[in-house]
Design a binder for this molecule. Structure first.
Ligand SMILES: [Zn+2]
Length: 390
């Protein structure tokens, strides 16, 4: 949430608007009387705020069904189609972009080739993708709430700077400003996993959750944490590096250069490498999963799942979440992996912390990372927007 500036009255007005929009998002449709009751605001304040939100197009009156006697109250709801956001994910040789509405529905997608990961080229291709998406959906520029980009590595989301990304070879790159200068809309960046966690909070299972752990398994392993209703990023934006917590002291060499990291055992590339070392002839992860009847493969998947489950139990013991969501390409790893994961979590969670703890494995699609990135911009619509010029 941004810091409060501007004069008191404008701050109060923005806070009220924010509160009403969020009540409607989480609990809507609601009548003006419901809103008055829920928010504690006066009827006059509610009327003024609702009128403003309706002028912005963000709130609409719901069509009323056939009357069953008496005058039914007018119900209000969020108009999720009022704005859209673009989400961007960088891959090895291409850039994926999606256009989503405020409800997280994907309205269009595009993939453009990306020959290299220089910041200038990324900004140029991202801006091309944005223009293509707007044109294809006939969406005027002023309906675009913003652009979100998810990046692997340590991200300073407040300054819009990629502090370090080994994958991209970037250090202190102000990518948000570069893209904003080209497209002319607010641009937000965050770590990939945090972006996926933001999407879960806005539209997914984590809607309204105050203590949430979102874990992704795939090329890497990461965690996005929401603690006390606030995304936890840590001092440097590096919180949630679950994949680099130690699974085996002095163990396998990790991509990060250290030894024994969880990722060196249980990421998809690690599982594949371990299978090859065990003498199984496999070329990719699909191939690996086809060979799950091979007891060497089953043992490696079981071990990988167990190690992630142990790491999750450690995480649960540290932060006591109300919900765990698992996503990422690795959700395809199947029953051997996930049953071992759940068993290890139950076994090692302290004193019932895992009892009645939902662990949801989210189905994963090609656009999931980009959709997560879009939610970085969508969440700004629901968050407080107060600046010095209001
Ligand atoms: Zn590591």
């Amino acid at each position: 949430m941004r810091s409060l500036r501007g004069n008191d009255q404008s701050v109060v007005r923005a806070l009220n608007k924010n509160a009403v929009l969020n009540f409607l998002h989480h609990e809507g449709p609601l009548s003006r009387a419901n809103l008055k009751e829920r928010s504690g605001l006066s009827g006059a304040a509610i009327s003024a705020v609702v009128a403003e939100l309706m002028d912005d197009g963000l709130v609409e009156e719901q069509e009323i069904g056939p009357s069953t006697g008496g005058r039914p109250p007018v119900m209000l709801r969020v108009n999720y189609a009022a704005r859209a956001a673009v989400g961007i994910k960088l891959m090895e040789r291409e850039l994926a972009a999606v256009l989503v509405d405020l409800g997280g529905r994907v309205r269009g997608g595009v993939r453009l080739p990306l020959a290299e990961h220089t910041p200038e080229l990324v900004a140029r291709v991202a801006s091309q993708a944005t223009e293509q998406l707007l044109a294809a959906s006939n969406l005027p520029h002023d309906r675009l709430a913003g652009i979100g980009m998810g990046l692997p590595g340590v991200i300073d989301s407040a300054r819009g700077v990629c502090v370090r990304s080994a994958y991209l070879g970037w250090q202190d790159v102000p990518i948000a400003a570069l893209l904003e200068a080209r497209v002319g809309v607010p641009t937000f960046i965050d770590n990939d996993v945090n972006a996926f966690a933001a999407a879960e909070r806005l539209f997914g299972h984590g809607k309204g959750a105050a203590h949430l752990a979102v874990v992704t398994v795939g090329r890497g392993i990461g965690a996005g944490l929401v603690l006390g209703g606030v995304a936890h990023r840590g001092r440097d934006g590096g919180a949630g590096e679950l994949g680099h917590t130690v699974s085996e002291v002095g163990g396998r060499v990790c991509e990060c250069g250290k030894r024994g990291c969880l990722e060196a055992y249980a990421s998809e590339p690690a599982l594949l490498a371990r299978a090859k070392e065990a003498g199984v002839r496999v070329k990719d992860v699909q191939d690996l999963l086809m060979n799950v009847h091979d007891e060497r493969v089953a043992a490696i998947l079981h071990d990988g799942g167990t190690r992630v489950g142990v790491a999750l139990a450690n995480l649960v013991n540290l932060v006591n979440p109300e919900l765990v969501v698992i996503g990422g390409e690795g959700v395809r790893l199947g029953d051997v992996f996930f049953e071992a994961l759940r068993a290890a979590l139950r076994e090692h969670a302290f004193d019932g912390l895992a009892r009645h703890l939902p662990v949801v494995v989210e189905p994963w699609g090609d656009d999931a990372w980009a959709r997560g990135a879009a939610s970085l911009a969508v969440s700004r619509v629901f968050d407080l927007e107060v600046s010095s010029d209001v």
